[in-house]
Ligand binder design. Structure first.
Ligand code: ASP
Length: 404
């Protein structure tokens, strides 16, 4: 059995133990269960710290070494087409799930006193979210999208230099290898982090779910898993990768995303999975960092479903035109969502205000958002590898032998 599969098994075992211990501690009450969260926070802090250099080195190297700029252009165009296509499917599934499960009907929750809704992002904010104010902004995890835009330009500069840019190209290549190595070391700690986070979630949020959000949670999990198994299964099958290989290798990033609730933090683990699937490095070095920040099918599904949940909660019926608008808003909202825990909830304000729904809904969803965040983040990262597989098929026609 490969080391990777063993590590993924340890993660599953850690999660099962956490469910039991977290449930018991939550039942007993007290601080202990909240403190377990620290075990996961350590893991996420290390991951978040290495994200900006990892994005810079991997995308920078990938772009800098594409001497044929037309090829870079075609990779980006295909990625965008796949991204939009799959996110529209996901947002539509979100609408269907809301109509089938009707999670908001009959709950009638009160808005917490003193709650002020976040200011919804405008279209201008969304456009500007691609461009940093200054260099220092590029170094934060929340600035990942801006760092990608900067790195694409930087890599282009190196590529255009030709031979004169060769030393920088080698530097970028070595840098990307160093950071991927660091991540593989960090994965030995992953089961402990997963244990800490899962126990905390179950212990702290367990009672909340029981109160009636259960339908919303079930609706999201059912349709998110449908998207994962059927849509991604179909994509990798068309790509010729073989669904079994995809699901086997995707398990580890799926679980890491599920517990860290950050696509960007899971990026390094997702890259290793891509390598094991045989997706060429020059493809996933570009598609995965971009995908981690903008390709969020799980978030699109969640935002569409949550908007319907809010509408039902307040007894508002959305007509067909509003539902179409909702799908479009969820597509854009998911693209603009920051790949950090809870990022999708912030952009939900944009979705709700676009469709004309009360922003108070955000405060209501907040209580269970970490549970919703877990599955949507896992779907977000899994979609990036399914899309990369499709791109590999289109550009290469076949997959590589796994090198790790
Ligand atoms: N946590 C999600 C992610 O990192 C974003 C979201 O909150 O929807 O992919």
């Amino acid at each position: 059995m490969s080391v990777e599969i063993k590590k993924a098994r340890y993660i599953v075992v850690a999660m099962v133990i956490a469910l039991i211990i977290g449930g018991l501690l939550g039942y007993v009450g007290g601080e202990t269960v909240s403190n377990l969260r620290i075990l996961g926070d350590i893991f996420v802090r290390i991951l978040r710290t290495i994200i900006p250099p990892l994005i810079f080195f991997t995308i920078g190297y990938a772009v800098a070494s594409i001497l044929d700029l037309r090829r870079l252009g075609s990779i980006l165009v295909i990625v965008i087409i796949i991204l939009i296509g799959t996110s529209i499917i996901a947002a539509s599934l979100g609408v269907v799930s809301g109509l089938v499960f009707r999670p908001g009907e009959g709950i009638g929750l009160e808005v917490p006193p003193g709650y002020t809704p976040p200011k919804p992002a405008t279209w201008v904010d969304i456009v500007m979210s691609f461009f940093s104010i200054d260099f220092s902004e590029l170094l934060t995890v929340g600035g990942a999208l801006k760092l990608i835009v900067f790195t694409l330009i930087f890599g282009l500069g190196v590529a255009l230099l030709g031979d004169a840019g060769a030393p920088i190209r080698s530097f970028l290549e070595a840098g990307s290898r160093v950071f991927i190595k660091i991540v593989s070391l960090l994965m030995y700690y992953a089961p402990i982090a997963v244990f800490g986070y899962s126990a905390w979630l179950v212990g702290v949020y367990g009672p909340e779910i029981a109160k009636g959000y259960i339908k919303l949670v079930i609706a999201l999990y059912t349709f998110a898993l449908f998207h994962f198994i059927v849509i991604y299964g179909l994509m990798v099958w068309i790509a010729g990768l073989g669904p079994r290989r995809y699901f086997r290798e995707q398990l580890e990033p799926f679980l890491v995303a599920f517990t860290t609730r950050s696509s960007v933090a899971t990026l390094p683990v997702n890259m290793r999975a891509a390598e094991r699937m045989g997706i060429p490095r020059d493809i996933f070095n570009i598609t995965l960092p971009i995908g981690a920040t903008v390709n969020m099918d799980g978030t699109a599904l969640y935002q569409a479903l949550s908007a319907l949940f809010v509408a039902q909660l307040f007894g508002i019926t959305l007509g067909f035109d509003k539902l179409l608008l909702l799908i479009l808003a969820a597509l854009i909202g998911s693209i603009a969502t920051a790949a950090i825990p809870g990022g999708g909830l912030i952009m939900l304000a944009f979705v709700l205000s676009t469709v004309g729904l009360p922003l108070e809904g955000i405060a209501i969803i907040l209580a269970v958002d970490p549970i919703l965040d877990a599955i949507r983040t896992a779907i977000n990262v899994s979609g990036d590898n399914a899309s990369s597989a499709l791109l590999t098929r289109i550009l290469y026609g076949r997959f590589l032998q796994s090198t790790i």
